[in-house]
Design a protein around this ligand. Structure first.
Ligand SMILES: NC(=O)c1ccc[n+]([C@@H]2O[C@H](COP(=O)([O-])OP(=O)(O)OC[C@H]3O[C@@H](n4cnc5c(N)ncnc54)[C@H](OP(=O)(O)O)[C@@H]3O)[C@@H](O)[C@H]2O)c1
Length: 305
């Protein structure tokens, strides 16, 4: 699998990340097969969160991998904290306690990357900084980042936090590309011009923060996969035709569309199927033409101005 540097760090990561949010839908044997199939593809970067399956996803993953000192060296582990029942919590105490729980469930003594999951308006940046310092000093976390944050929120954190923030994990797919759409409709009166994210795409490129698109196959907010969906007939027709021409599956094409963007994104795919995962990984070797990238963008129902 082709690799890239994660954000401004020196960490080499595969360009496709494996999301583990749905791994708790697999039986034990299926989970083992899935995790090892990922490794066979060179997809050794796994995305977790303490809330996935209430912690069960991390446990199932560790069990499926057969986590021990030797296997740990072959994987890159990212997890997230900060979402609690009925609230978001970036307090020092919660961050530290969450990481302890994550490490225990993943059966490891360090995370390669820790992300703050969703902005907490009650956040005190100094507390986050203290938590990050402690985690870094003790070797429990090697790199830090955020998820679902605007440039302003990242800047606020950066006022206090010394460690570089190397990732912003954000919802982005062919059918939810508001961060791209806005850049085409600057200062116009249509809805597409609305600033929903503070210009996060350009900001991340300017500051060497890797965007990790989450839910690359879903439309809406987990409404289902758009591939093959009757909600998107025109898009599916174009995807079928383009995929045919490249001799790839439409699953590969969806990931290749994200990888074609020069922001050097690292899509986090959420499939639990070994076959689909292989197709997602195959996207690392596909480069779409400008014409095809734009045709797919437009087919999702977004005319260019
Ligand atoms: N930071 C955040 O706030 C946030 C939020 C949500 C998710 N995430 C991360 O992003 C990852 C991906 O999210 P997601 O699972 O919603 O993403 P996704 O890859 O868009 O969706 C995967 C789901 O779509 C199904 N699917 C149906 N047809 C598919 C096809 N042709 N190709 C691929 N999948 C197809 C999959 O079923 P099969 O399993 O049967 O293939 C699976 O249930 C998560 O695992 C998690 O790590 C982060």
């Amino acid at each position: 699998m082709r690799t890239m540097k994660l954000g401004s760090s020196n960490l080499d990561v595969p360009v496709v990340a494996v999301g583990c949010m749905r791994i708790d839908t697999l039986e034990k044997r299926e989970a083992e097969r899935f995790v090892h199939a990922a490794l066979d593809q060179g997809a050794n970067f796994f995305d977790h969160a303490d809330v996935y399956g209430n912690g069960a996803c991390e446990e199932i993953f560790a069990e499926a991998l057969g986590m021990n000192g030797r296997t740990r060296e072959h994987v890159l582990l990212q997890s997230k904290c900060g979402i609690r029942e009925g609230m978001f919590d970036f307090s020092k105490g919660h961050i530290l306690a969450s990481v302890d729980g994550i490490l225990k469930r993943l059966r490891t003594d360090y995370l390669d990357v820790l992300l703050l999951h969703r902005p907490d308006t009650l956040m005190e940046p100094d507390e986050v900084a203290e938590a990050f310092d402690e985690l870094e000093r003790s070797g429990r976390v090697l790199h830090f980042g955020v998820s679902n944050q605007t440039p302003g929120q990242i800047e606020l954190l950066k006022k206090a936090v010394d460690q570089p923030l190397v990732v912003d994990q954000l919802q982005l797919s062919i059918t939810n590309a508001t961060m791209i759409e806005r850049g085409f409709n600057v200062n116009m009166l249509n809805d597409a011009a609305v600033d929903r994210d503070g210009g996060v795409l350009d900001y991340c490129r300017l500051h060497d923060i890797t965007i990790q698109p989450w839910s690359p196959f879903q439309y809406g907010f987990f409404d289902g996969a758009f591939l093959g969906s009757s909600v998107y007939p025109e898009l599916n027709a174009v995807l079928d035709a383009v995929a045919d021409r490249y001799g790839i599956s439409t699953t590969t094409l969806v990931v290749a569309w994200l990888l074609r963007h020069p922001a050097h994104m690292q899509p986090v795919v959420g499939t639990t199927s070994v076959g689909r995962l292989r197709d997602c990984c195959a996207a690392a070797d596909v480069r779409l033409s400008r014409e095809d990238w734009y045709a797919i963008y437009r087919a999702a129902g977004r005319p260019l101005p």
